[in-house]
Design a protein around this ligand. Structure first.
Ligand code: THU
Length: 162
């Protein structure tokens, strides 16, 4: 029997310590919370995705009276990016959340469904998507989506027994 240890290097820093490019992406994500449609949860999430061609695509969570029909900011933004630029790899995503009149003190991390959805373009384009999570007290930076989703299910699993 073996124990497998899964190591994830998460960089913790303040907003001020972010690089200029990461700050720019976080700033775009922070702007997006104003456009969220979140009347049911009151939890406004903004996301900004940097594409390999240099463009930044932004989005926010979009809720629905039939609760499960709504969509998180990360998937709204990622699907829009892939729909508009189907051949362009994604290189980074920044996420910020606003509730009860302020940005969250601690970073908000993508939900399980968003992690799975974001893994698809990372594998498809064979390009790491850096993850920058904003909180007033802390920011976290992860090197890629895979590090948020160990033991992930991807297209290799579908192809394994062919
Ligand atoms: N939400 C996001 O948009 N992204 C996250 O990372 C976490 C949750 C949204 C979904 C829902 O509209 C609201 O926040 C409360 O869960």
């Amino acid at each position: 029997m073996n124990t497998i240890h899964i190591d994830t290097a998460v960089l913790q820093c303040s907003y001020e310590e972010l690089s200029a490019t990461d700050k720019q992406l976080v700033d775009e994500a922070k702007l997006q919370v104003k456009k969220a449609y979140a009347p049911y949860s009151g939890f406004h999430v903004g996301a900004a995705i940097r594409l390999k061609n240099g463009l930044i695509v932004t989005g926010s969570n979009q809720e629905n009276a039939a609760y499960p029909s709504g969509l998180c900011a990360e998937r709204t933004t990622m699907f829009y990016a892939n729909a508009q630029y189907p051949e362009t790899p994604l290189t980074a995503i920044a996420i910020a959340a606003f509730s009860n009149g302020d940005f969250t003190e601690e970073p908000v991390s993508p939900c399980g469904a968003c992690r799975q959805a974001l893994l698809e373009p990372e594998i498809r384009f064979q390009t790491d998507i850096k993850v920058i999570l904003y909180g007033k007290n802390n920011c976290y930076i992860l090197p890629n989506i895979k590090s948020l989703l160990p033991f992930c299910f991807g297209k290799e699993n579908l192809e394994a027994n062919k």
